[in-house]
Design a protein around this ligand. Structure first.
Ligand code: TYD
Ligand code: MG
Length: 454
């Protein structure tokens, strides 16, 4: 049977079935070449032999001890890593330029070094003197971290081979340059080659490597996600410029739960850990105002309370606006549709703005009821009773569904001084939290009870 050939572009990685002079995906010229197959024998094989060697297969039940982990002592970082750093693991830390990645990793390097790991920090963006100045500002000048300022990958690998560190931090992967790849530093093939060399070196030598990656405007790490596949753990460092909060979020983790978050605060002396994020996110909340609702959410393994804010106003435009920050726009459209179809509350001709305070992002459907409450509260210009938290999922029928970890959500709210919770009927809630529970069967009942018939 004739094997179909495949071709790929060296600039963007796009795969096609036929050769052409110009890549259809990125428009580059002369970047397309045939991919060599290794299963077809010597002629097309890049390995130069017809057959491979048989691989030893093992049973699923084989003995496996969990990997030993090194704790940095920064609780928020260790939590996001799944309980500390695993030897020979590869980690990508992505984030907007200027968000604080270098600061975080320099602090982490110092902590890991004092936990006994031989640590090397390679900066491709700043000169060693600049990194040293930053270390001084952070009070880390005594830390046992070896610094290097270099972008040539070959030289970096030789250095790592000589130094044999247990942890190498590469800041950033976009500045690294492999001399065997033709394209410019920062291009997709350079980023891919550099990440591949560094991660496979790390696996071979039992060294952990942390790669820093700048995120492009559309929220992707430059080098369309190629690096994400190669590493064990992908962390995003997020935050709003105007706010001092920074959130380190695990989006992929082979050694721990994804969706875990660590919360930090950017201060004049670097990043400090925030061990009680709920208190921080609610700290800017004033007296109960129309449109403001507190949602008791779950981030990773712990509950986090956040404030949702809605504004509803007559629209001067033919097409009313729907603007969302920190939540899903199509989920908002769905809730507006359910309010209109099931409860007879129209939002046509009204501009709707929804914001999650503090620069947090909420992605749980458990926030549905809190969003509906904020929208109704804004529309009716009437505030929810004070010290009330809300959570629950809304189905298209207008029914309210219980959500996971209800007890944890209630306990966190009780800890922060809340007295009442508006929640769906059903679900495992023992009342042990001490909050008085206002259980609702459907959205219509909720509208009637909280906003007097709607
Ligand atoms: P940086 O770590 O350089 O960001 P990145 O590596 O993600 O590009 O952080 C830069 C910002 O952090 C800069 O605007 C100054 C601020 N900053 C502080 O507020 N306090 C500090 O102690 C440090 C070192 C930086
Ligand atoms: Mg930096």
């Amino acid at each position: 049977m004739a094997k179909s050939k495949s071709f790929s572009c060296a600039a963007c990685g796009n795969v096609t079935t036929k050769w052409s002079g110009r890549c259809e995906a990125c428009g580059e010229w002369n970047t397309i070449s045939e991919d060599a197959g290794i299963s077809e024998g010597p002629k097309s094989s890049s390995l130069g032999q017809a057959r491979g060697r048989a691989v030893t297969l093992t049973d699923l039940a084989s003995e496996e001890t969990p990997p030993p982990r090194t704790h940095s002592g920064m609780g928020e970082l260790d939590r996001v890593l799944g309980g500390g750093l695993v030897p020979a693991s590869a980690i990508l830390v992505g984030g907007d330029p200027g968000i604080g990645k270098s600061t975080l990793l320099l602090q982490a390097a110092a902590r890991f070094a004092s936990s006994g790991l031989k640590t090397v920090y390679i900066s491709g963006e700043e000169a060693s003197a600049q990194v040293r100045m930053r270390a001084q500002r952070l009070g880390l000048q005594q830390a046992d971290v070896k610094l290097g300022a270099e972008t040539n990958l070959r030289d970096i690998l030789t250095t790592l081979e000589q130094e044999k560190p247990q942890l190498a931090i590469i800041d950033s992967i976009q500045t690294m340059w492999a001399d065997n790849v033709g394209s410019a530093p920062g291009s997709v093939s350079q980023v891919r080659a550099a990440a591949h060399e560094l991660t496979s070196f790390a696996k071979r030598r039992g060294m952990s490597v942390i790669l820093v990656g700048h995120v492009t405007k559309d929220g992707q790490i430059a080098g369309p996600r190629v690096v994400e596949h190669m590493v064990d753990t992908v962390l995003y460092f997020e935050g709003e410029r105007g706010h001092q909060f920074r959130i380190l979020r695990a989006v992929k983790n082979r050694f721990g739960p994804a969706d875990e978050i660590g919360v930090f605060e950017m201060t004049g002396a670097g990043l400090s850990e925030v061990t009680n994020p709920s208190a921080l996110f609610l700290s800017e909340r004033g007296t109960p105002a129309p449109g403001s609702v507190v949602f008791s959410g779950i981030e990773g393994t712990r509950p986090v309370l956040v404030e949702l804010q809605a504004l509803v106003a007559p629209s001067p435009h033919a097409q009313a606006r729907r603007t969302v920050v920190g939540w899903d726009g199509s989920r908002l459209a769905m809730i507006l549709a359910v309010l209109e179809a099931r409860c007879g509350i129209p939002f046509a001709g009204l501009d709707v703005y929804l914001n999650v305070a503090g620069g947090m992002k909420v992605s749980e459907p458990a926030a549905d009821l809190a969003v509906a409450a904020a929208l109704l509260s804004a529309r009716e210009d009437s505030a929810l009773p004070a010290e009330t938290v809300v959570f629950g999922e809304i189905s298209l029928s207008g029914a309210l569904r219980p959500v996971g970890q209800s007890e944890n959500r209630l306990k966190e709210a009780a800890k922060l001084g809340f007295t009442t919770a508006i929640v769906p009927q059903g679900g495992k809630m023992s009342g042990a939290s001490g909050l008085s529970l206002n259980r609702m069967g459907d959205l219509t009942g909720f509208v009637g009870e909280v906003f007097g018939a709607g």
